[in-house]
Design a binder for this molecule. Sequence first.
Ligand SMILES: Nc1nc2c(c(=O)[nH]1)N[C@H]1C(S)=C(S)[C@@H](COP(=O)(O)OP(=O)(O)OC[C@H]3O[C@@H](n4cnc5c(=O)[nH]c(N)nc54)[C@H](O)[C@@H]3O)O[C@H]1N2
Ligand SMILES: Nc1nc2c(c(=O)[nH]1)N[C@H]1C(S)=C(S)[C@@H](COP(=O)(O)OP(=O)(O)OC[C@H]3O[C@@H](n4cnc5c(=O)[nH]c(N)nc54)[C@H](O)[C@@H]3O)O[C@H]1N2
Ligand SMILES: [Mo]
Length: 785
Amino acid sequence: MSTDHQADQTPTPRYKPYKPYKGAAGGWGALISVAQAWLTSDNALKNLRMMLKTNQNGGFDCPGCAWGDSPESGMVKFCENGAKAVNWEATKRRVDAAFFAKHSVSSLLEQSDYWLEYQGRLTEPMSYDAETDRYTPISWEAAFALIGKHLQSLPSPDQAEFYTSGRASNEAAYLYQLFVRAFGTNNFPDCSNMCHEASGVAMAQSVGVGKGTVTFDDFEHADAIFVWGQNPGTNHPRMLEPLREAVKRGAQVVCINPLKERGLERFQHPQNPLEMLTNGNKPTNTAYFRPALGGDMALLRGMAKFLLQWEREAQQTDAPSVFDHDFLNEHTASVLDYLGTIDDTSWEQIVEQSGLTLEEIEQAARMYAKGKNVIMCWAMGITQHRHSVPTIQEIANLMLLRGNIGRPGAGLCPVRGHSNVQGDRTMGINERPPAFFLDALERRFQFKVPRENGHNVVEAIHAMLDGRSKVFIGLGGNFAQATPDSPRTFQALSNCDLTVQISTKLNRSHLAHGKEALILPCLGRTDIDLQTEGTQAVTVEDSFSMVHASNGQLQPLSKQMRSEPSIIAGIAAATLGATPVDWNWLVADYRRIRELIADTIPGFKDFNQKIENPGGFYLGNSARTRRWNTPSGRAHFRANILPADLVHERTRATGQLPDLIMQSMRSHDQYNTTIYGLDDRYRGVKGQRDVLFVNEADIIRLGFKPGQKADIVSIWDDGRERRVKGFTLLAFDIPAGQAAAYYPEVNPLVPLESTGDGSHTPTSKFIAIRLEAASETGLIMARSA
Ligand SMILES: Nc1nc2c(c(=O)[nH]1)N[C@H]1C(S)=C(S)[C@@H](COP(=O)(O)OP(=O)(O)OC[C@H]3O[C@@H](n4cnc5c(=O)[nH]c(N)nc54)[C@H](O)[C@@H]3O)O[C@H]1N2
Ligand SMILES: Nc1nc2c(c(=O)[nH]1)N[C@H]1C(S)=C(S)[C@@H](COP(=O)(O)OP(=O)(O)OC[C@H]3O[C@@H](n4cnc5c(=O)[nH]c(N)nc54)[C@H](O)[C@@H]3O)O[C@H]1N2
Ligand SMILES: [Mo]
């Protein structure tokens, strides 16, 4: 048992001493891994053909990550983990009525996440029968009617939660938000709340737009690229190529990550035979800094402090300016406040909090100052902290000082996760929608749009826990496993009168059901989507704001599966009738949905024509052209102060000192809560996931031995015990005082109340923990005091 609420069938092999991975990222290892996935798949040949049709050649958009490719290259790009995602979705195995007749929900709860998804695609709508504790078949019409009945009988529309995961297409997302707003609420918790929310909030305040300001081509023109808190070798493999090209060209690639991630060190291109035959591999970085968890803001402030010092020296010696004064004068506000805050931040605090030496900070600052055009990329290592918003604003501050926003080869690049998470926001999946968007909806559809902010993920969990929300509908994703404080999230879902999961594969959220519950099987990106007017394309938006079409290629496993837009239309029609639009007419031909998008969302004029272009079209970005959508019309320096203490006061209030600060992260063999396998090749882990990466000296300091099992307990002042049991301690190359473990296994340790200021994102990269002797193994050893 790894956690209190779930039994994990993961085999626990005997501890083998940790052996680091010697190969480059990508390369033979990746090909072997893909080949294994294909050979063990029952659909191998078809999948191979399909894989070659991904992306910009009339095929489907890769359901992996949101990284974009150059629209001009025309080359089919794929990566190991994209191949895994496709293969996983395109299985022939099915989870049908016979499967559910065989397995009760309680027996399924005993299975691991890996086992649940491995059973195959969901192929028919199912409804929960409490008497037999089983899911049994239900017709689509009866399922829609049940949802309509529950929604209509709620005293207030705000008592329903409408979750979205970032794979939903633009068409599905637009229809969903239109339905939910016509129903009367802005309760749109979505995966973005746990992901890049802080980037959106921070950037909107700093530069007036919540999206990245660079496009793919900018990477070719940058002379320095900083990669903060991101593991592209696993999570955005196609990004390694531009990084390697940059190094080859002599640009600086600076990685800031406490772990030495393999992909950031070396990379072999899996499509370059010569490199692979010679086993040659190229470095992907020119410098690597390993800060304390949450220490990035201090490092950034330190870099800014060096710049300010050099700027003052330059002014006294007539040397060239370090700052871009023209840009500062013409385009920015509050720079003096910011410089004052830099002066007020002490070197002692910077060094202490960053976990780096003054020399390292100076080196990082020099690399930044040397770059004429600098790109800064970041991901979850930056966004899942309490002070993520100020940290990202510090990235923006540093970039503004040298005018690194709004010119070729330079800019801000939050690297998105899910393949269409950015598009979903553009389409209005937003619990705090901007007024201009609501106005446009109101004008176009003539109904009174709800104006009050709705619930984000954490607020939705609280509302369901307190009984304020009664219905949960999930458009994809795995809410029960992706969210923090797992036992409470389970309770929240179980409290509901109705839970509805629109999904491709079985997962734990289907087992955390309300009094009544539905599983609605939908088509995925790879499936051919046939509606009454013919085969349909959907559209998605990547991290660089490129919008393009995606066409499924595979015959769906069952006629009973429906597309996301058609399921939403069914629910909407059963709840609202044919108002404010004729839902079923709309989904007969998705071009009709795109017409509505064109009418109401800026940048989508002539949408249907524009997607005829195979590379899609660029949505544009105001900050990129130095137009600042802020109240003052300028880019804003944000004079945030460094946190006085990174450890939360509610942890301090317990009087217990943390043994370690832990981050939760992804292995190489997973896609979020989808577990493809139990290995983490680049980190040298095989056949296990219940592991805690810790520095050997820390293991010994805490009275354990490498390879021994321990319970992990997190520290928070609400009297709840948060514990996961029997994690193997791996002696690992990780900075002292830190630990790392896999998500979602450690989600029970993240307190629901521990969230980012201004972002409400669970602090999944900063969890104060203690280790205790394992409570459920024979290996209990006394702990030294
Ligand atoms: N194959 C695959 N691809 C994916 C996903 C997947 O699960 N599998 N998930 C998708 C999604 S939704 C997302 S959001 C992205 C996630 O992509 P990433 O953000 O790369 O995902 P994580 O595994 O959470 O990695 C976080 C990285 O940040 C580092 N880190 C942790 N804390 C800190 C810190 O305080 N400071 C710094 N500087 N670094 C820190 C960790 O060591 C790790 O290398 O990937 C997307 N792509
Ligand atoms: N501790 C910790 N927690 C985290 C994170 C972390 O780093 N640490 N990361 C957070 C992040 S960045 C994110 S984005 C969230 C992810 O949260 P989610 O997006 O909710 O989770 P996923 O695991 O991506 O969802 C997987 C499920 O989606 C369904 N699915 C797959 N494809 C489709 C499709 O095309 N359509 C539909 N309708 N369903 C589909 C399948 O049934 C599958 O089981 O987790 C967050 N949680
Ligand atoms: Mo994400």
